[in-house]
Design a protein around this ligand. Structure first.
Ligand code: ATP
Length: 269
């Protein structure tokens, strides 16, 4: 498909996407699989609208399996990580929230709210970068209330990554002192971690490389994690920097990963 026909197809789907609220599915909220069905519905629409890649569907499937094993809830260690993430973002001089196609489809409103709560920029950052998809995601985020959306300039590189995958904005992820990278691929998470940044990763698989290289790994579904970080940030909005630093220092990344693994191995069906 040419870039032009992809754009045309996307514009058709995008208007359908925008006119149909993504929260609408033909299933009552009381249905035991409501959250899971809603998530699938959003990802499916994301693919149709040219926001999410086909590989994103596979990532979604992997995530669902881990979420099932975690009991589809925010476990206490993940809540503590989300609080530490909120404190770290509030302490930052230049926080950036990285957005890929899955995250844009799943939590666009929630990302805009978090960006507002911690005064961060959003940056579209794709593993399989195409200009059409970059623009589709940026438009989609703006339509959901995001004000500062970066990623399209791509005038800097993350050292250690090949050309396309290393592209970032000089005044965005490149300069950031704190980055939130939900569902990041392992190589890029590692390269970002080597850039002297505090890195917050959201990933349902505690054995995946990305949470393992993060300073704050959050083993939770982005659907629950992002609004919970925002809730913590609002609650901590008036805290002084010593309190925020203490919350970050007291958080132990290894313990959080172990607690998630323990829940997965010992959880009941
Ligand atoms: P790595 O290179 O870090 O080992 P991977 O190969 O395991 O990563 P992918 O196959 O790209 O990673 O899958 C994406 C990751 O995103 C998986 O670890 C999956 O658990 C996670 N994931 C998928 N959907 C969600 C979601 N909704 N919330 C949080 N994590 C998710």
């Amino acid at each position: 498909m040419t870039e032009e026909s992809e754009r045309a197809r996307r514009s058709e789907c995008e208007s359908e996407f925008e006119s149909e609220p993504t929260t609408e599915i033909d299933v009552p909220e009381s249905h035991p699989r409501y959250q899971s069905l809603l998530t699938r519905h959003r990802i499916e629409h994301g693919v149709e609208a040219g926001i999410t890649s086909k590989q994103g569907l596979i990532a979604q499937g992997r995530g669902e399996a881990f979420d099932y094993l975690l009991g589809e809830e925010t476990i206490p260690s993940a809540d503590a990580a989300e609080r530490a993430a909120a404190a770290q973002l509030l302490l930052a001089d230049h926080p950036v929230l990285s957005v890929n196609g899955n995250v844009a489809a799943l939590v666009p409103d929630e990302l805009a709210e978090l960006a507002d709560a911690v005064d961060a920029a959003l940056e579209v950052n794709l593993f399989n970068r195409t200009e059409a998809r970059m623009e589709a995601i940026a438009d989609h985020l703006r339509a959901h209330g995001a004000e500062d959306v970066k990623g399209l300039t791509a005038d800097a590189r993350i050292p250690g990554l090949e050309h396309e995958r290393g592209k970032v904005d000089a005044d965005g992820i490149y300069e950031a002192d704190v980055v939130l990278v939900p569902l990041e691929d392992g190589d890029r998470a590692e390269a970002l971690g080597e850039m002297d940044k505090a890195e917050i990763v959201i990933d349902l698989n505690p054995a995946s490389r990305s949470p393992r290289v993060a300073s704050i790994p959050i083993v939770d579904n982005v659907i629950r994690a992002v609004p919970n970080i925002t809730a913590h940030a609002r609650e901590l909005a008036d805290a002084d920097s010593r309190t925020l630093e203490r919350i970050v220092d007291e958080f132990d990344a290894d313990e959080a990963l172990e607690a998630a693994e323990e829940r997965i191995r010992s959880g009941e069906f």
